[in-house]
Design a protein around this ligand. Structure first.
Ligand code: ATP
Length: 320
């Protein structure tokens, strides 16, 4: 391997910059040339490549977002778009590509692999919805952001004796809700993987009040079927309580990455280049326990993202 490229794709996640830095610095250390591709697969199609040096990734380790910018690319979903992207990789004589992104980005990488490109995929998404890895880059920062919001909201909910629904991200995956909910001591955690039981929910709120609880914090992951507004209206109707709704939204996607995310991103970025250097075939790189692991892309895509049942049980016990 002489010349490699790196891009970020899909939704941004804190720690993507740390991963870019690790890829660039490891590659240069190993004597390779490294190109940054702007705006994910869009830049791959348009030939928006620029060479990166050691200094170009200085001062970015602590920054959220991605200095390479990111995009969702409709064009890359088409054969014609991918043919253009392949031609650009040839024009720039790129021997290997590192893709930092979520599940969709890995599907895109698998298409490139079919066409003969060696691609290393790093899991970059706050959602933690990639089954082959215990954690994705950005997840830890996102749950810490939610945790901080829960703390603030608890203060005011308690003063006003309010019930508050906090809506968190995660698409169809309940991990952000579950982890932040357990760590933040939420009274209720509603996630898409578990059917909603409105009777049990209202019972628990009322029992809490009867026991002298001053507030109720309900975490609702965005994938839960009933919207936050509908849920709030239903709780208000059934219990007579005033229900406030806080949608955390994009604040969960930004912010300086936590130590954990910086470490994960650095280790994964380093591993990607080491595998390219060893002339490995395409791999999805992740973490299992404390070990960095690498799977063939087709195998990694087969893994289904599953909730940790012990964490679910813990949430149930601790929120009585
Ligand atoms: P996040 O989890 O943050 O949403 P993601 O990587 O899953 O990140 P997507 O928008 O699903 O985000 O995918 C990013 C891009 O990957 C898409 O815009 C598209 O260009 C490409 N892509 C996704 N799925 C495929 C596919 N099946 N074939 C080819 N390219 C794909």
């Amino acid at each position: 391997m002489r010349r490699i490229a790196v891009l970020t794709s899909g939704g941004d996640a804190p720690g993507m910059n740390a991963a870019i830095r690790a890829v660039v610095r490891t590659a240069i250390y190993e004597g390779m040339e490294v190109y940054g591709v702007e705006r994910g697969y869009e830049g791959l199609i348009d030939g928006d490549f620029h060479e990166m040096d050691v200094a170009s990734v200085g001062g970015i380790l602590h920054r959220g977002g991605t200095v390479l910018r990111t995009a969702r690319s409709e064009r890359f979903m088409t054969e014609a778009g991918r043919t253009k992207a392949l031609a650009m990789l040839e024009t720039f004589e790129i021997d290997g590509l590192v893709v930092i992104g979520g599940d969709g980005s890995m599907h895109g990488a698998a298409e490139l692999e079919k066409a003969g490109v060696t691609v290393m995929c790093l899991p970059g998404t706050i959602d933690n919805d990639m089954g082959y890895t215990d954690y994705t880059i950005g997840f830890d920062t996102a749950i810490n952001t939610v945790l901080s919001a829960i703390g603030n909201i608890r203060d005011t909910s308690s003063s006003h004796e309010r019930t508050t629904i906090i809506e968190v991200m995660g698409r169809n995956c309940g991990d952000i809700g579950l982890h932040a909910g357990v760590a933040g001591g939420a009274e209720q955690i509603l996630i898409p993987e578990i059917p909603l039981d409105l009777n049990a929910l209202c019972r628990k709120i009322l029992q809490g009040i009867n026991r002298g609880k001053k507030h109720s914090i309900i975490i609702r992951a965005e994938g839960v079927e009933l919207s936050s507004e509908a849920l709030g209206a239903e709780i208000a109707k059934r219990t007579g309580l005033e229900v406030k709704i806080v949608v955390l939204g994009y604040i969960q996607r930004g912010g300086s990455p936590t130590a954990r995310d910086r470490m994960l991103a650095s280790r994964l970025g380093y591993k990607a280049v080491e595998l390219l250097k060893a002339n490995s075939t395409s791999k999805a790189i992740g973490i299992s326990g404390d070990e960095i692991v690498a799977y063939d892309l087709s195998d990694a895509l087969e893994y289904k993202s599953e909730l940790d049942p012990t964490l679910l049980a813990l949430a149930e016990v601790l929120s009585i």
